[in-house]
Design a protein around this ligand. Structure first.
Ligand code: MF3
Ligand code: CO
Length: 254
């Protein structure tokens, strides 16, 4: 059921991944107090049009925008609009692109101006959890080795891992098998093989892991109102180890 990708397909996924990375860098440069989330969405739409890429979120199950912008206690799927970003907030930005029929998917949580030390610690730990998950994305490991590494990292720091949303396989579809929970015991699930491509995406909460969806039917928030962070990369499993398709460092699939 898990679709393995050829080297030629990985080169196409690399192109999609780099479009997503550049879009996130564009957003990073523009996140500051006074900017609206809708402005960030517009910038990405214009950039993808210039690059010949298609934003994969727009119209997905009726989703109305090209990126997700989730502020503070919003976990994922926040809809960009008139909301103005303020100093001290954090904003999770999730972007997907299709290039030549293949998807890339990545997310970063950005500080808006100067943020509290505790908010910064949440960002640092969630980023670190993603790195530790990626390090387990190796031939011969089991899928849940990724899950377990992420959970261990987040919980050791006193944070909690969202249960209701998970990472996923990716390729010709944005969401392919397998699902990748960000929690669980190691050594379970399918063995990882070269050619698998996974979107690994820890969502980490400062308080309880419980979440709910707002009346707009999209925005997911923490039930206790505590902060949440989200980092995601699209990662290919190769004989040489994990190849991060949504970061600028060479992967061998350029
Ligand atoms: N990028 C999200 C994911 O990682 C999907 C966004 S849902 C959408 O699965 F509706 F906004 F597209
Ligand atoms: Co994803």
């Amino acid at each position: 059921m898990i679709v393995l990708k050829s080297n030629g397909e990985l080169r196409r996924m690399r192109r999609a991944g780099l479009v997503v990375w550049r879009a996130l860098e564009l957003v990073r440069e523009h996140v500051k107090p006074g900017v609206t989330t809708g402005h960030l969405n517009r910038l990405v739409e214009e950039m993808m049009a210039r690059e010949g890429a298609v934003p994969s979120f727009k119209g997905y199950h009726g989703y109305p925008a090209s990126i997700c912008t989730s502020v503070d206690e919003q976990v994922v799927h926040g809809i960009p609009g008139d909301r103005i970003l303020h100093e001290g907030q954090i904003v999770s930005v999730d972007i997907g692109a299709i290039v030549d029929g293949y998807h890339g998917d990545a997310a970063r949580t950005f500080p808006v101006g100067v943020i509290s030390a505790e908010a910064q610690r949440l960002l640092d730990v969630t980023w670190q959890a993603l790195q530790e998950g990626i390090q387990q994305a190796r031939v011969g490991n089991h899928l849940s080795d990724i899950s377990h590494a992420i959970q261990a990292c987040a919980e050791a720091a006193g944070f909690s891992v969202v249960r209701d949303y998970v990472g996923h396989g990716i390729g010709r579809q944005m969401h392919e098998p397998p699902q990748i929970p960000n929690y669980g015991p190691p050594g379970m699930g399918p063995k990882l093989r070269a050619g698998m491509v996974l979107a690994i995406e820890p969502m980490v909460n400062a308080g309880t892991y419980e979440v709910r969806t707002l009346e707009d039917q999209w925005t997911v928030v923490t039930v206790d109102g505590a902060l949440s962070a989200h980092f995601e990369n699209t990662v290919a499993i190769t004989p040489e180890g994990p190849a991060i398709l949504t970061e600028p460092e060479p992967t061998g699939y350029e």
